[in-house]
Structure formats: structure tokens, C-alpha cells
Design a protein around this ligand. Sequence first.
Ligand code: NZQ
Ligand code: ZN
Length: 387
Amino acid sequence: MYDFTFSMPTEVHFGKGKENLVGQLIKEKTDKVLFLYGSGSIKKIGVYEKIINSLRDSGIQFTELGGVKSNPRLELVNEGIEICRKESINFILAVGGGSVIDTAKTIAIGVPYEGDVWDFYSGKAKIEKTIPVGAVLTVPATASETNGCAVLTNETGMYKRGLKSDVLKPVFAILNPELTYSLPKYYMAASVVDIFAHVWERYFIKSEHSELLDRLCEGVFKTLITEGPSAVYERGYKSTGEIMWASSIAHNDILGIMGDFGSHRTGHEISAEYDLSHGGSLGITMCAWAKHVYKEDINRFCRFAVNVWDVTYDSDNPEKTALEGIKRMESFIHELGIPTTFKNANLPTDGFEKMAERAIDNGLGYVGGGFKKLYKEDIVNIYKLAE
Ligand code: NZQ
Ligand code: ZN
């Protein structure tokens, strides 16, 4: 087992109706908030009303800022920072999916920082201070509600970049599976793929493995395989509940702090270029990444095939076993309705060089690395494998 430092300061409230606690939870910290949300889904599903009532009942003053887009942008972050400074707001309440929570986190670190908040994403500044963020989750995917990550797109150049710091972890997260029932099938499916990818990034690493973490990862993979289709096609409290908690633990480091993240980084460029959903981009990159790298550690891919997909191990031909695991994963993603190729996603195939160049324009010259460093030619090859 490798060494690590782990902190999980977020208080989680899981269950039906827990969104009604929001006013009470904020009252313990402050009485003035920025209430941040997306493009209107929370109004359609009645959550907006409940939040407003809870805030009013607890005597919390709030300023609303709606309009966060999926694949969130820097412009709205700057607007939020200005509002908080002007109105002396010192708490951000994010109600929505990862895009809203990531925007909230970025506003929160931008308020006490005198420079351009993008400095944190471009590596020019280190996060030291933040104002607190609380989250009410409506998309079970990113784990932003309990982790220290945020992902943002800078519309100047369409750079999609991520941040990680313990400082960014929300003070509370409200998880009511019922709030996800209204998600369109596509977004629920993309969420399942995103959760799968978060476990995947931790499972395929080159460093010393921990049997405990491997088994936890395999348990989450199996849960996604059994509950994912039912959450997508039928909904219901049991399956969405399993998926909602899986989403948090898959990416808040309980399953391991080390990771590769090559599938994510190559996927971010597709999302930035074509405004494709995050989970949609991962359907394309995960399978292609596996085909590009599996020879680096065939045994690892065999374990994945046998323990996760119940493939029978072929000792005469381990490569066949490894490839069968990748094939079953590809079919699973496909059956959820998420494309695994550019063609099936109706995306052009003439931007591979440009996206690969942008991916490695991060001061390192490569992405990934926990399993395999991906240089420009690797990334282009991954995109080609998903053509
Ligand atoms: O804007 P609204 O109207 O709310 O619509 C949203 C949006 O169109 C809609 N939606 C949300 N809740 C709904 C609903 N529609 C109906 N019923 C509901 N209950 O769903 C759409 C997607 O929302 P979004 O927040 O974009 O989805 P998600 O949670 O998947 O977040 C994606 C973003 O998070 C980043 C991704 O790159 C992407 O930018 N990630 C953040 C991570 C993190 N902070 O740890 C890690 C991830 O790997 C990921 O990179
Ligand atoms: Zn992700």
C-alpha cells in the first residue's frame, strides 16, 4: 500500500427530503449566501422552491445567480466573484450537478484572491484561502459534492482544466436520490460512465496495489454494472440511491488517492472542442485508452476482466482474457446509450492533432502517468482507436 494523507471534512446528509435541511445547515455558519444554480432544471423539479423556503425559514439572506452551463465557463465565475465582493457574501450554496458545484468552488477561491482566478487553473497561483461552499446534488456523477476538485473551461482558447485541493471540499453535501429522477436518460447514463471512469482511473495504476482498494474498486464497478442500467432505464430509489453514493465515493479518494487520469484528460479536450457531456467524452476515451495501453500490464487487465466482468481466465492466452474484459466494458457503455466512438457520437474526426496539442499544453508535455504517460502521439493514437 502506498502512503497517503486523506481528509473528508464534508458532512453528508443522504436521504429523502434532506434538501429541506439546507437553511439550518447554513445558519450554523452564516446568514448571507450566494445561491448558485444552472439553467433551470431545479425550478422544473421543484427543488428551487424548497431551497428558497428553507433559506427563508432560517432567516438566511440570499442573492441568486443562475445560468451555469454544463462544461462550465470562466465568465460566470467572474460574475459570481464580483457579486460576493460587492454584497459581502461569505458562503456559496450550489444546487445542481458538477458544473454548478465546480463553479461555486471557483467563485469561492476567487473571492479572497486579488489576481485572475484562472491563475489557479494555469498553475500560476496556489490555493490558500476560500469561502465555504455547501452543495445540494442533482446529478450523481462527479463527486464534486464531497471532493476537492473543480473543472472549468476558459472560453479564451477553450482550455478545459482541473484543480485539486483539500481547501475546495464542500462543508456539507445533501444527497437525495429522488432529486435525480428527472435527469434525462442520456445524462443518467453519462453519469454512470463518469463514475465508472473515476474508479477506472484509480484501478489502473502502476504503483504498488492494495488488495483492499482493489476490492473496493471492484465492488463499485460491479454495483455500477448491476444498478446502472436500472438507474438509467427505470429509476427508483434503490438503484439511484446506490448510484448516488457510488458517485461520491468513486472520486473523493476513499478508493485511492493515486490515479492515472489519462482517459479524463483526453476526454476533456473532446468536451471543450465539441461541448460534449463529460460522461459522453469518457465513453469514447476509456475504451480507446485501454486498447492503447493494455500491453503495459496485461495481468492488471486480466484481473479487471475476471473480477469485474466474470471472464474465464485463459492461461494459454492472457491477452485474449484482457481484451474480452475491454470488449465487455465497451458493450456495457454502449448498452447504456453512450457512444464509444467519434462516429457514433456524430463528431468530426479531423481535430485529433489540435486536441492532442491542447491536452499537452499544460507545462508538462504529457497527460496521465499513473499508468502511462501520454504524449502527443499517444493521444492522437487514442483518438484514432476511437474513430
Ligand atoms: O443547468 P441545468 O438546468 O441544471 O441542467 C443540467 C445540465 O444540463 C441538467 N440537470 C441537472 N440536474 C438535473 C438536470 N436535469 C434534470 N433533472 C435534474 N435533476 O443536467 C445537465 C448536466 O449537468 P452537469 O452539472 O453539467 O453534469 P455533471 O454533474 O456531470 O457535471 C459535469 C461537469 O463536471 C466536471 C466535468 O468535466 C463537467 O464540466 N467534472 C468535475 C469533477 C469534479 N469536480 O470532481 C470530476 C469529473 O471528472 C468531471 O471532470
Ligand atoms: Zn469524471
